[in-house]
Design a protein around this ligand. Structure first.
Ligand code: ADA
Ligand code: CA
Ligand code: CA
Length: 258
C-alpha cells in the first residue's frame, strides 16, 4: 500500500515522521510525501527497519546485499547514512544486469545519502533525489526505468567508468547544483533509441569527462544547459542535429555503434 492509504495511522512526531530511536543516531527518517496523509507508524517503522544495512564495515559504511524499495508516496531522509553494494548486487564493473541498491517506486523521494557500487538507484517513474552523493559509481549511478519526471538536486557523483545518469524512458530529467568528477557521460539517453525526453542541467560542475555532459541518440530530445562549469570534458552535448539543444558551448555529434 502506498502512503496514506485508507487505513493511515496516526502520524508521530508532529512532522509525520518516525525519528531515529535514541542511541541509534543516523537511522533513516521515513515520512509521507503528503503531510495531510501521514504514514501509519507501523508502516513507517517497518520501512525504517528494512532500510538498515545488512552489515557495517570497519570503515563505518553499511552494506546492502538486497535491493531496498522506497514505496510510492514515501520520502526517506537517510540522515547522512553511507552504504555500498555487497557482491550479491554486483561488482560495480561494467557488466549489465547488476542490481540497484535502491528502487524508487513512482512518486517517492530520497535525501541525504552516500552510496557506492552495483547499479546504483533505479527510479520506476516520478522521483526526487536531494543531497545524494555517489562516492564511487558502479555500472552507472541512476537509471530512469519507467516514464516520469525526475529531479536530482544538490548532489554529486565520482569515479564513474562510463555513465552517471542512464535515461531509459521518456519524460523529464532535471539536474541542478550537481558536481561530477571522472565519468564518460554524465547523462546518457538509452543508446540507439529515440523517445521524447526533456533534459535540464543547471548550476552544475563537471570535471574529467571522457565524452560529454549529455549524450543522446534521440532526435526527440530537448536539452537545456545553463550556468554550468565544464572542465577537461570534450563536449557538453553530443546529440543528433534534430534534437533541440540550448546553452551548449561545445556540441558534437556521434553515431551509436553499439
Ligand atoms: C547499456 C545498455 C542498455 C541498458 C543500459 C543500462 O547502455 O546498452 O540496454 O542496459 O546500459 O541501463 O545500464
Ligand atoms: Ca549500462
Ligand atoms: Ca546500468
Amino acid at each position: 500500500a502506498g502512503a496514506g492509504g485508507g487505513a493511515a495511522g496516526k502520524g508521530v512526531d508532529g512532522a509525520h515522521g518516525v525519528a531515529a530511536p535514541s542511541g541509534q543516531g543516523g537511522a533513516p527518517v521515513v515520512r509521507s510525501t503528503d503531510p495531510s496523509r501521514p504514514l501509519g507508524s507501523a508502516q513507517a517503522r517497518q520501512l525504517q527497519e528494512a532500510l538498515k544495512p545488512d552489515a557495517v564495515g570497519a570503515d563505518g559504511v553499511g552494506i546492502y546485499n538486497t535491493t531496498r524499495v522506497i514505496p510510492a508516496g514515501v520520502q526517506v531522509d537517510f540522515n547522512g547514512a553511507r552504504i555500498k553494494a555487497g557482491p550479491a548486487l554486483g561488482d560495480g564493473g561494467q557488466a549489465e544486469g547488476q542490481k540497484p541498491l535502491i528502487r524508487m517506486e513512482s512518486g517517492s523521494s530520497i535525501a541525504n545519502l552516500e552510496l557506492s557500487g552495483a547499479d546504483g538507484i533505479h527510479a520506476m517513474g516520478d522521483a526526487k533525489l536531494d543531497r545524494i552523493k555517489w562516492a564511487d559509481v558502479g555500472e552507472d549511478a541512476f537509471t530512469m526505468k519507467g516514464p516520469g519526471h525526475v529531479e536530482v538536486t544538490n548532489s554529486s557523483a565520482f569515479n564513474a567508468s562510463d555513465k552517471i545518469f542512464q535515461l531509459n524512458a521518456g519524460g523529464s530529467f532535471k539536474l541542478d547544483n550537481f558536481t561530477a568528477d571522472t565519468f564518460g557521460k554524465a547523462v546518457r539517453t538509452n543508446g540507439g533509441k529515440d523517445f521524447p525526453i526533456d533534459i535540464s542541467v543547471t548550476r552544475s560542475s563537471f570535471r574529467n569527462g571522457k565524452e560529454a555532459v549529455v549524450r543522446s541518440d534521440a532526435a526527440q530530445a530537448k536539452i537545456h544547459l545553463a550556468g554550468n562549469t565544464v572542465v577537461d570534458t570534450p563536449h557538453d552535448v553530443i546529440a543528433p542535429q534534430a534534437a533541440q539543444v540550448e546553452g551548449a558551448q561545445h556540441r558534437g555529434t556521434k553515431s551509436y555503434t553499439g
